[in-house]
Design a protein around this ligand. Structure first.
Ligand code: ATP
Ligand code: MG
Length: 590
């Protein structure tokens, strides 16, 4: 991430999201204009990931934008797997991508693969050769690079540039037949070797690569280049607005060049067979529009680096809750609603920026606050014994499940003489301003009443292992003293009824805002936060443990937690901490 990028200030981002259909970014404005002028009557977009890894938080922006716009303007959006790069792509990633798009709340019109169009790409290349605007080059990749020139120097024409159409057709057919070795020949567009735009200096269209493809097997020894395949796929599917990230801005002239020169709209002979084969195909001339990438502090949004974390076992897989892959965020407990809220708030522009991680967390908190029922859990237990209740005392209390939403109803919470409380809710030597439990001090046990600490029990090392308290019976619910005020309220779990539970306490994967910044002499890997995962045995009230995987709760005063979607069972509950209730990082830094 570049340091020139402006950091986005959370305090200036809009407080409330705009309803779907109310967003006013420049892309939506272009679309409104195109509908108003009658240039288009329907809006068609696509999301075109390369299946060489799992999707990450950055892709969420492209997904929400493409699918969101299609939904708002009652058009459609295709999911297109850009599988023009055999060898690096894996069916496992294809399934993962489909799963992630659906998880975010979107459904595609058609699922397509760039490889569905290999025949069209080939026939279109033959057309370009016949039209005299493509040629087979014998220069080696190194020579081609040397001939290409630099940003300050024009390129030179290849000695093979003026081959006859017949010779080019013959050579290209033989490339397809597999007669030549990898790299021996390249099909290139004949544009302009002196162009100020390097992308226009006779770019490659096809290269020879004898690699097995996951969809087409060994049918093709040649594969189309991205710049060629991508725009023709858009045109073929009838995409009206091809939304991509800013790094493709300089490729736009080439995008338009290929679309215009091939002219699929007026050449049905190139794609008729697809329609006959059952593809819904109505070619159009697409317009490419670029927007800025989503960059997030404390994160990496490069598939290559995410793969490295997995391959070097620095995390526990692609869905490790510390990963900012969509499956990692999902397993962590982040919600699709929270991610959509983030993307909506950030809006769309051409301004590159790094979004502070806390903005993402705040969006997730906001969503979870509304949808997560409340429960009590103790992560770092200390025994509290109520000495003035009889041995074996038990009762059932009724708690509301959500303080702001009655529709969540109530639940039974067992209470007894011995409880677990959070170790740091007790201080033998309290710091200034400490309002929780201390020797001789009073605190309210949530939903129970006020207890006073009468005695501490220590182990042989002098650690407090138990606090013994008296309960002010007059302060219990329904009693005259129920309103008596004390400064602190703490949560608890009945020791007899609590369910021992594995809780994975997650934090940010990197301990610096910009892990790619190596000016401190460290590589991004060395910026991994060793404390980003901590596993504890916690006590949960029974109603929190007996739940389905992926159910989300606010554990009061601790944060939002989710029952792990893989490892959690009712018999052996496992929870992940999604996010704390408040941002601890800004105070840590500041
Ligand atoms: P990477 O560089 O991590 O490999 P990529 O851009 O090559 O990412 P693709 O699978 O080609 O990944 O991306 C699919 C779509 O998602 C593209 O349209 C791309 O522009 C978009 N996209 C990728 N990363 C981001 C991001 N950080 N913010 C917004 N859109 C993104
Ligand atoms: Mg890419």
């Amino acid at each position: 991430m570049s340091t020139e990028n402006a950091a986005v200030d959370p305090t200036t981002s809009p407080a409330t999201p705009q309803a779907e259909g109310q967003q006013r970014d420049f892309i939506r404005q272009i679309i409104r204009d195109d509908l108003a002028t009658g240039k288009h009557h329907a809006i068609r977009t696509r999301f075109p990931p390369e299946p060489n890894g799992y999707l990450h938080i950055g892709h969420a922006k492209a997904i929400c934008l493409n699918f969101g716009i299609a939904r708002e303007f009652t058009g459609w959006c295709n999911l297109r797997l850009d599988d023009t790069n055999p060898g690096k792509e894996d069916p496992e990633f294809v399934e993962g991508i489909k799963d992630d798009v659906r998880w975010l709340g979107y459904e595609w019109h058609d699922l397509r693969h760039a490889s569905d169009y290999f025949e069209v790409f080939y026939d279109s290349a033959v057309k370009l050769i016949k039209d005299g605007v493509a040629y087979v080059d014998d220069l080696s990749p190194e020579d081609m690079r040397a001939y290409r020139g630099t940003l300050t120097e024009p390129g030179r024409n290849s000695p093979f540039r003026d081959r006859s159409v017949e010779e080019n057709l013959d050579l290209f057919q033989r490339m397809r037949a597999g007669e030549f070795a990898d790299g021996a020949k390249t099909l290139r567009a004949k544009i302009d070797m002196t162009s100020g735009n390097m992308n226009m200096r006779d770019p490659a269209i096809y290269r020879i690569r004898k690699v097995t493809h996951q969809n087409t097997g060994d049918a093709w020894p040649i594969y189309p280049m991205y710049d060629y395949a991508h725009c023709l796929s858009d045109a073929l599917e009838g995409i009206t607005h091809s939304l991509c990230t800013l790094e493709f801005e300089d490729h736009r002239p080439l995008y338009d060049w290929f679309v215009d020169k091939v002219d699929l709209v007026n050449h049905p002979e190139l794609w008729q067979h697809l329609r006959e084969g059952g593809f819904r195909t109505e070619p159009a001339k697409p317009r490419q529009i670029e927007f800025s990438r989503l960059n997030l502090s404390y994160s990496i949004t490069s598939k290559r680096k995410l793969a490295q974390l997995v391959n070097e076992n620095l995390v526990d897989g692609w869905d490790d809750p510390r990963m900012n892959t969509l499956r990692g965020l999902r397993r962590r407990g982040f919600t699709p609603g929270g991610l959509r809220l983030l993307i909506e708030r950030l809006g769309v522009s051409k301004q590159n920026s790094i979004i502070d991680y806390s903005i993402l967390e705040n969006c997730v908190r906001e969503d979870l606050d509304a949808i997560a029922a409340r429960r009590m859990a103790v992560l770092d237990p200390l025994k509290l014994v109520i000495t003035n209740l009889p041995d074996g005392h038990e009762e059932t209390l009724t708690f509301s499940n959500h303080p702001k939403d009655e529709s969540f109803g109530t639940r039974d919470v067992p209470f007894s003489r011995e409880l677990w409380i959070e170790r740091d809710d007790f201080a033998e030597v309290p710091p200034k301003g400490f309002h929780r439990l201390k020797p001789e001090g009073e605190v309210r046990l949530r939903g129970v009443g006020i207890v006073k600490c009468e005695e501490m029990v220590k182990d042989t090392d002098g650690n407090v292992v138990e606090v013994r308290c008296s309960l002010d019976l007059e302060s219990r619910q329904g009693m005259p003293g129920a309103d008596r005020k004390v400064k602190g309220t703490i949560h608890w779990v009945s020791a007899k009824h609590g369910v021992a539970t594995e809780v994975r306490v997650y934090d940010r994967l990197f301990n610096v805002a910009d892990p790619d910044d190596e000016t401190d002499g460290k590589t991004w890997i060395e910026h991994i936060n060793p404390d980003a995962k901590r596993v504890v045995t916690a006590w949960l009230e029974p109603a929190a443990a007996n739940v389905d995987a992926e159910q989300r709760f606010q554990f009061e005063r601790l944060g939002y937690f989710v029952a792990d979607r893989i490892d959690h069972t009712v018999n052996k509950p496992v929870f992940n901490r999604t996010v704390t209730l408040r941002d601890a990082w800004s105070t840590k830094q500041g």
